[in-house]
Design a protein. Structure first.
Length: 305
């Protein structure tokens, strides 16, 4: 029995996995041969063609989420929004091959209010709260020219080639990695207490379920909304929300929102739920207005059984 399992693991690791590793590397480097706009338009076409059929469960969740969040739209308008989001999903996949080129083409990034982040960083620690809109890999590319290097909680994707590609690309954009999940909390606290900058995303879908934004649900203690507030309280960090939106082709408008300094509280944790609601009130309207570009639209507002 043991020998059979060992053979199975051997074949999985050295044969099956390496076939997919080779395919992933071939696609990644093959896409690098394309001009930037051609690469993103290819991704959009691929997403619109394949996304509705590759994962029908995710497509069903996306359509249900659109119906719940945008009941003001007709059925035809809801379906059009869904298809635009499919294009977004495809663009994100292909743009991983070209994202680092933006370091040399900053004219493709229209930036607003970055000075708010710079000034906050001069005063003390910063938590840069991004949103999964446009292409969020842009953040370190924007921060590096102004002397800021974010630390990012990093969970490698499944598959050796995918993990290698993701780490290599993100290092080239200019990030430092924190350990994944709860292991990253203490290192993040150390970075912030030393006056550094940590990147966090409070819009998230986990296991097909939307943890944030709240979208009318009660504040809860699971996920990055609560974690970000706790980190800010522990370290005195300023919360700097930001997002970017895709324009035609491989161009983006990037906006920093007014920095958030949490109000005083009578005792530790006394305002936790109010603080979560405060941060949610900043990110939720932005995402709701741009669902076609939101990465987690294919997640559900209700926990899956």
């Amino acid at each position: 029995m043991g020998d059979r399992q060992q053979r199975r693991h051997f074949l999985q690791y050295w044969v099956h996995d390496n076939i997919w590793n080779g395919i992933n590397l071939l696609v990644h480097y093959g896409l690098k041969l394309l001009p930037m706009d051609a690469c993103t338009h290819f991704g959009a076409s691929l997403g619109k063609l394949a996304q509705p059929h590759v994962n029908k469960n995710a497509s069903a969740r996306a359509r249900a989420t659109i119906a719940a969040l945008r009941p003001d739209l007709s059925a035809e308008e809801q379906e059009a929004l869904f298809l635009k989001n499919c294009q977004t999903q495809g663009r994100i996949l292909t743009e991983f091959s070209i994202i680092t080129r933006l370091k040399h083409h900053l004219e493709r990034l229209e930036v607003h209010n970055l000075d708010w982040v710079v000034e906050a960083a001069k005063r003390g620690p910063v938590i840069a709260v991004g949103m999964h809109l446009g292409n969020w890999e842009i953040c370190p590319i924007l921060l590096k020219p102004v002397g800021l290097t974010p630390y990012v909680n990093y969970t490698p994707p499944a598959g050796r080639a995918k993990a290698w590609i993701a780490q290599r690309v993100r290092r080239k954009t200019g990030v430092h990695f924190l350990p994944p999940g709860l292991q990253g909390i203490r290192p993040a606290v150390r970075v912030l207490k030393a006056g550094g900058i940590v990147s966090a995303f409070c819009d998230e879908g986990v296991g097909g379920y939307i943890r944030g934004p709240l979208f009318g649900r009660e504040p809860h203690l699971e996920g990055n909304l609560a974690m970000t507030i706790r980190l800010a309280r522990m370290t005195g960090a300023t919360i700097c929300p930001w997002y970017n939106l895709r324009q035609d082709g491989f161009r983006f408008v990037c906006r920093a929102l007014p920095p958030i300094t949490l109000p005083p509280e009578d005792k530790p944790g006394a305002r936790l739920m109010e603080d979560i609601a405060l941060l949610n009130a900043v990110i939720e309207p932005v995402i709701l207005a741009n669902l076609d570009q939101w990465y987690f639209l294919d997640s559900s507002l209700t926990a899956q059984a």
